[in-house]
Write a protein that binds this ligand. Structure first.
Ligand code: WT7
Length: 652
């Protein structure tokens, strides 16, 4: 990272404001900005008292002696308390009407569905928890879950947390090599997987990858395999056993263990600036509280809602907002196994229509794909059940935000753009849909209790509308506790950059209304002639041109200006690349933002290189822009042929 103290220059100038619909506010958990302000002030004035009051929403077996023990940079929350997240997600609802309510409603990519009531889910979780115990998995042991998006994944997570085993979910799209690193880093004792899963009509062979991985993982004693696709797999004697056979050998009685509030709940690996992934550690009580509260506040969950977060559980979004948050609130949570365009680009809208989804949470990259595929796909379906839309994962450009609001939400549904990270465990900056007036492209304001701020590199406050570094000033219950096995890296990465605060790694600005505008990772910031520009803002300008479907902007070394601006652009289906269009787009950006932001070079491409979680791999584009080649690690790339095509253009 640069050591300069120059501010990041922010050039996005969005003026539209959308107040929440009055009928929505009238029924919302948080109904007005006055109510929001009251909560925010309460948290500001007496944080520990505030968190203690919020923690009343959770079931504790034993209450805390102390709300917070803060030995910077280490926090312990609800010290001395015991609880269990599996208990909060299941047992707690069994004495209420929710006992027979649908907890999980799953749809496989080939089209089959399975539903579990709270009572049924509880039973399955107890049985699998007993299986784990039988396999010798005990409190504190780590278990790797390498699975497709099937109900057994949620069941396995809840079974682990029920007995105090720490789960490490590894996204099913990762390779055997990536799985080896993650299993060994955490020292997992068992692995749960499936024969395979479905993605775009083809089978992803998970067990074969596990077989390859387990040759190099000395700590793994047992492997449980779910039969999902029915394809042929090898079962290694003494190590591998079928899920459906094991659950027949145990009973359904398995009381939830009373776990310390700081008991390790899960490890989830995420990329950092170095090659080695970081094992982000979350613990029990604080994470549970925040997953629960944010689901209730941000999604305004009601008992009659049908809630669908489209994320894979291999990412933190799936942990907090497919499984733990919705279930602790007693919601009906939808899980869909496959691709958004299988068998056709209207699959998501067909799911919304058939299951009467009322709350829908997805990623900007998906929204941009929907725009590209054409409005006819959502238009074909009855989307009138929807009442709230959310996005997460990267900055959303105002054009995509407006399309989401108009074409999917028909202008009726509030849109919540939620900023957070694997490290924060839950949503940090977001509109409250019944209270906060929204502005397209802004995550709006920090949730009550979140001390978000924008500072310079030296820790100085930044004036309105100037860019700076996004930080969190005070510890919060769901913050990561450390990086598994590397506490020094934890200190350095998150508390070593700016004195005394949590450093998120994002650039942001705050406007005169106190709204936050996330500008992207600070390592994605371009410095042109001493002015730093957020790549996302140039991308937004490009995407606002009618010919552009998607754009990724990176910096390229430039002798005169420090960095030049290189834009990779995907065109709308009907548009042809041409030099004339390149000139038009350069002029368009110059007009939208200023001559400073005019791209030096534009390259058209029919796709952009993305990670399997859908993030554009700007690092690869930076390498391509700088040297015409890609040398670094490409293991998380979704489709390598994209890079091949871009490279081929280089040689033309
Ligand atoms: C990074 C965290 C949070 C779950 C999914 C991603 C970016 C996330 C937003 C948003 C702008 C966003 C940030 C952040 N990001 N949400 N609403 N607006 N940027 O989790 O993989 O840990 O990535 O995603 O850059 O630091 P993650």
């Amino acid at each position: 990272m640069s050591t300069s103290t120059t501010n990041i220059e922010s050039v996005l100038n969005e003026q539209r404001v959308f107040p929440p619909p009055a009928e929505f506010s009238a029924r919302a958990h948080i109904k007005s900005m006055e109510e929001y302000e009251r909560l925010r002030e309460e948290a500001e004035r007496e944080p520990e008292k505030f968190w203690a009051r919020m923690a009343e929403e959770i079931h504790w077996f034993r209450r805390w002696d102390k709300v917070l023990d803060w030995q910077p940079p280490h926090a312990r929350w609800f010290v001395g308390a015991t609880t269990n997240i599996s208990y909060n997600c299941l047992d707690r609802h069994l004495s209420t009407e929710r006992r027979t309510k649908t907890a999980l409603l799953w749809e496989g990519e080939p089209g089959e569905t399975r539903a579990f009531t709270y009572e049924e889910l509880h039973r399955e979780v107890c049985r699998f928890a007993n299986v784990l115990k039988k396999l010798g998995v005990a409190r504190g042991d780590r278990v790797a879950l390498y699975m497709p998006l099937i109900p057994e994944l949620a069941i396995a997570m809840l079974a682990c947390s029920r007995i105090g085993a720490t789960h490490s979910v590894v996204f099913g799209g990762f390779s055997a090599a990536a799985l080896v690193d993650r299993i060994n880093d955490a020292g997992c004792r068992a692995v749960v997987t499936a024969d395979g899963g479905y993605r775009r009509g083809t089978e992803v062979k998970l067990k074969a990858a596990v077989d390859e991985a387990l040759r190099e993982t000395p700590t793994v004693e047992s492997c449980v395999v779910v039969r999902r696709t029915g394809s042929q797999v090898e079962m290694k004697e003494g190590r591998d056993q079928w899920w459906h056979e094991l659950v027949e050998t145990v009973g359904a009685d398995c009381p939830a263990e009373e776990l310390d509030s700081e008991h390790p709940l899960f490890i989830l690996y995420t990329s950092g600036t170095t090659g080695k992934p970081k094992g982000i550690l979350h613990t029990t009580g604080g994470y549970l509280l925040w997953a629960h509260l944010t689901t209730k506040w941000v999604f305004d969950l009601k008992d009659e809602d049908v809630y669908w977060c489209t994320a894979d559980i291999g990412w933190v979004t799936g942990h907090s907002y497919v499984v733990y948050g919705p279930l602790s609130n007693g919601a009906t949570s939808i899980m869909y196994e496959g691709a958004p365009n299988h068998p056709a680009p209207d699959r998501f809208w067909s799911i919304v229509e058939r299951h009467k989804v009322s709350i829908f949470y997805t990623a900007p990259t998906a929204i941009r794909a929907f725009i590209k595929w054409g409005d006819e796909h959502p238009r074909r379906h009855d989307l009138s059940s929807l009442r709230l839309l959310g996005t997460v994962g990267e900055p959303i450009n105002p054009e995509a935000w407006m399309w989401y609001r108009e074409v999917i939400g028909k202008g009726r549904c509030p849109v919540v753009d939620t900023w957070w990270q694997t490290e924060t465990g839950g949503i940090m900056i977001s509109p409250l849909p019944g209270a906060t007036p929204t502005k397209p492209g802004s995550a709006t304001k920090p949730l009550p209790g979140v001390a978000a701020d924008i500072l310079t590199r030296d820790g100085e406050p930044v004036a309105a509308n100037l860019g700076g570094f996004l930080v969190i000033r005070r510890p919060f219950p769901s913050m990561l506790r450390t990086i598994w096995g590397d506490d020094e890296r934890y200190r350095q990465t998150y508390f070593g950059e700016i004195e005394g605060v949590y450093f998120a790694g994002d650039g942001a600005r705050r406007d005169r209304d106190g709204y936050f505008w996330i500008m992207g990772r600070v390592d994605d910031v371009i410095n042109v002639s001493g002015h730093r520009l957020g790549t996302m803002e140039i991308e937004s300008a490009l995407v606002s041109h009618p010919a552009v479907a998607e754009a990724a902007v990176v910096g390229r070394p430039d002798e005169l200006k420090g960095q030049g601006i290189f834009a990779f652009v995907t065109l709308e289906g009907t548009r042809e690349p041409s030099d004339e269009l390149k000139e038009q787009l350069r002029g368009h950006v110059a007009r939208e933002i200023g001559a400073l932001a005019r791209p030096d070079e534009i390259r058209f491409s029919d796709a952009l290189p993305k990670t399997r979680s859908g993030k554009i791999m700007r690092r690869l584009l930076r390498e391509l822009a700088a040297s015409g080649a890609v040398k670094g690690d490409v293991t998380t790339l979704e489709d390598f042929s994209v890079i091949e095509k871009l490279r081929a253009q280089e040689e033309e």
